[in-house]
Design a protein around this ligand. Structure first.
Ligand SMILES: Nc1ncnc2c1ncn2[C@@H]1O[C@H](COP(=O)(O)OP(=O)(O)OP(=O)(O)O)[C@@H](O)[C@H]1O
Ligand SMILES: [Mg+2]
Length: 401
């Protein structure tokens, strides 16, 4: 049997977890031991508190299964308690321990998954690789941290490789400001984070991993995966977008007219766009997770979203859902022309984004292409809504300039 020996950095993270904090994020370069430590914390807690229940979730169940369940959780269960003392209930994706505790695995981005995993209460919820998960998806899970086991302090755990400095996790955990309002968060002491990098895990890495793999990465990837820095992504699609293009909502001019963009799915995202002279202003956004189109439209109405005759350009794949959105009509979904158009606005300094549009901002510097020039379909809901709203408007000749 192999004993778990935490690295000095993992030991430090452990004491953070044992402090009175409720939300703990471990962020940093790749292979630094983040996931192993958080999985071990869950195993310890499951053993220590008989009958407790714990959830490990990622964006996609298949990634949770391959990288967390098979690479980390099962091997460490094997090393620590041995195969006779736990059982994997394969079709349900959970593990039952000898003492009645359960460890569930799920994907918050998979529709058929969400109701299943959020149908239970837990003592620990661990969000793995939160750079990919929307803030709405994370917060819908919050109410499920409600299981009561005597002596057990319930915890939210998070890990990720750093994303862009506009990402929600950077705001909440590093800047300690509210995701929506940018004001200081209530009870900042409840949110703690720790940087942990590959050199903190040298003992458990192949000799040449840092030199041969991480050191030769392109600049920004190296910043993220070697040094754990929050920077724009490599292959960033809206690379020329700068922080100076974020505008205070009080400084928005009177608009001549508006359009909106609407993306459907498990993550709903809406973006409202105002036009003044030759400038395009992203004035508001709104998101939801795992709610019906009708409910979402009601929320928009309550937020005074709709303006007379404002066209809402919707994801054309939305089918009948388009009719449930006030002013809904099909958007032009030409991806590359849409992106080129938005980039041309950015380059001419004609696109400004209100600081209240935290969904759009949270995605804009992570929205990127992979080595094969394909758009990475993660964290792109607001980016789609933005494109539908801005580009279809321009195509329809609404933008006269
Ligand atoms: N305390 C430990 N004892 C033995 N091996 C460990 C320990 N901590 C981490 N490792 C090993 O180091 C490697 C990287 O660990 P892990 O997957 O936890 O890193 P990570 O920071 O989550 O990486 P990524 O950023 O790629 O998700 C794995 O092979 C893991 O088994
Ligand atoms: Mg990991």
């Amino acid at each position: 049997m192999k004993k778990f020996r935490p690295t000095p950095a993992q030991r430090k993270a452990l004491s953070l977890i044992k402090s009175k904090t409720k939300h703990i994020l471990l962020f940093g370069g790749s292979r630094s031991g983040k996931t192993t430590l958080l999985v071990m914390v869950i195993i310890f807690r499951a053993i220590r508190y008989p009958g407790s229940r714990h959830l490990i979730c990622r964006l996609r169940l298949k990634d949770a299964k391959s990288s967390v369940l098979h690479e980390t959780l099962l091997p460490w269960l094997e090393h620590t308690i041995g195969s006779k003392r736990y059982k994997l209930i394969r079709h349900e994706n959970f593990i039952q321990l000898y003492n009645g505790s359960e460890i569930w695995i799920g994907g918050l981005g998979d529709r058929e998954q969400v109701d299943r995993i959020l149908g239970h209460e837990y003592n620990t919820i661990y969000f793995n690789e939160v750079s990919q998960i929307s803030y709405h998806a994370v917060t819908t899970a919050y109410s499920r941290l409600a299981m009561k086991i005597p002596g057990c302090r319930n915890l939210f755990l998070y890990d990720c490789n750093p994303a862009s400095p506009l990402h929600w996790a950077y705001k909440v955990f590093i800047r300690k400001i509210d995701f929506k309002t940018d004001t200081p968060i209530v009870k900042p002491e409840m949110y703690e984070s720790m940087l942990i990098n590959p050199e903190d895990n040298l003992l458990n890495l192949a000799d040449d991993y840092i030199e041969d793999v991480l050191d030769i990465l392109p600049e920004r990837q190296k910043a993220r995966f070697r040094h754990g820095l929050w920077v724009k992504s490599d292959g960033c699609i809206y690379d020329r977008f700068e922080e100076s293009m974020i505008i205070d909502p009080n400084d928005l001019p009177e608009m001549e007219y508006y359009t909106a963009g609407q993306d459907f799915g498990l993550n709903m995202a809406a973006v409202k766009i105002g036009y003044n002279k030759d400038k395009v202003y992203i004035v508001k956004d709104h998101g939801g997770h795992n709610i019906t189109t009708r409910t979402f439209n009601t929320q928009l109405t309550e937020r005074n979203w709709f303006k007379d005759d404002m066209p809402v350009y919707c994801d054309p794949a939305g089918g009948e859902r388009i009719q449930e959105i006030t002013g809904g009509q099909k958007a032009n979904n030409a991806v590359d022309p849409g992106i080129d158009y938005i980039n041309s606005l950015i380059e001419r300094n004609r696109l400004l984004i209100s600081s209240e549009c935290t969904g759009v901002l949270s995605e804009i510097w992570d929205y990127s292409r992979d080595e094969d020039d394909k758009i990475i379909k993660v964290n792109d809901h607001y980016m789609d809504a933005l494109r539908y709203g801005v580009f279809t408007g321009a195509q329809s000749g609404i933008i006269l300039s």
